[in-house]
Design a protein around this ligand. Structure first.
Ligand code: HEM
Length: 221
């Protein structure tokens, strides 16, 4: 697989990665909508997304398992790139500059910044808590195997984890779509420009350029 492509762009995500990501995103929206519908009557109208109350109640746990499995595949892909490194501490100190768009001389980072890494680890933890608690409260299949107190605790863990996960994904969407121009294209077309890579992720850029499978040296660097 070429990393620097003939078009002169750099590949950030291949087709499998993008399909995996958007499947998780679609399932997340369906699950968040139906979960909120169960949580409070004000959100009941959202159950229509899964075909009404009965279907939402039946499908929600199955879709949850599917999202978890697809999320595990995705998380394994990005696990190493999200490990926190010493240079992330220096970059974090400059977070106000990043927020204010004074980001021309930030410390060099690799494929992800510390904000992305935090969102990643929060999703890993909350997804883990949600699948465990979700199985404990899943009637009629598993809940009978647990004591009522365990089911009550699991219901609270499920709701709190969902709340944190939804907040994390709102930050993730905001950053990916509005904050960092050019990031969305990475997850739709799969590629980024040389300028984008050099500006936002200089160490990753250097790594990609150093790869042996460079099809054609980029122009105008
Ligand atoms: C629903 C709308 C969503 C949008 C618009 C969106 C957008 C994006 C974008 C633009 C990227 C590329 C960022 C980059 O390469 O710098 C990305 C990466 C990623 N997304 Fe999403 N995403 C969405 C939902 C989700 C959900 C629901 C999850 C997981 C629960 C998720 C997990 C990830 C992960 C793990 C990455 C890889 C980068 C990282 O570790 O931060 N995304 N997303």
């Amino acid at each position: 697989m070429a990393i620097v492509m003939r078009s002169g762009e750099i590949r950030r995500y291949d087709a499998n990665e993008r399909l995996n990501h958007w499947a998780v995103a679609l399932l997340f929206i369906l699950l968040a909508a139906s979960g909120l519908a169960f949580f409070h009557p004000a959100f009941w109208f959202l159950s229509a997304l899964l075909g009404g109350g009965n279907w939402a109640r039946i499908l929600h746990p199955f879709l949850g398992v599917l999202m978890f499995v697809l999320f595990v595949i995705m998380a394994m892909r990005y696990w190493t790139d999200n490990k926190i490194q010493p240079y992330d501490r220096e970059w974090s100190k400059r977070l106000p500059d990043f927020i204010e768009n004074r980001d021309h001389d930030l410390p060099a980072i690799d494929k992800y910044n510390i904000g992305q890494k935090w969102v990643f680890w929060i999703t890993v933890i909350t997804m883990g808590l949600m699948i465990i608690s979700g199985i404990v409260i899943w009637r009629p299949y598993f809940a009978d195997a647990f004591a009522i107190d365990a089911i009550r605790i699991a219901a609270v863990v499920h709701a709190i984890s969902a709340f944190i996960l939804i907040l994390a994904i709102i930050v993730h969407i905001y950053a990916g779509v509005f904050w960092v121009a050019g990031a969305l294209r990475a997850m739709t077309r799969g590629t980024v420009s040389h300028n984008w890579a050099r500006h936002h992720h200089p160490l990753w850029y250097r790594r990609m350029r150093g790869g042996r499978n460079v099809e054609q040296p980029p122009q105008n660097l």
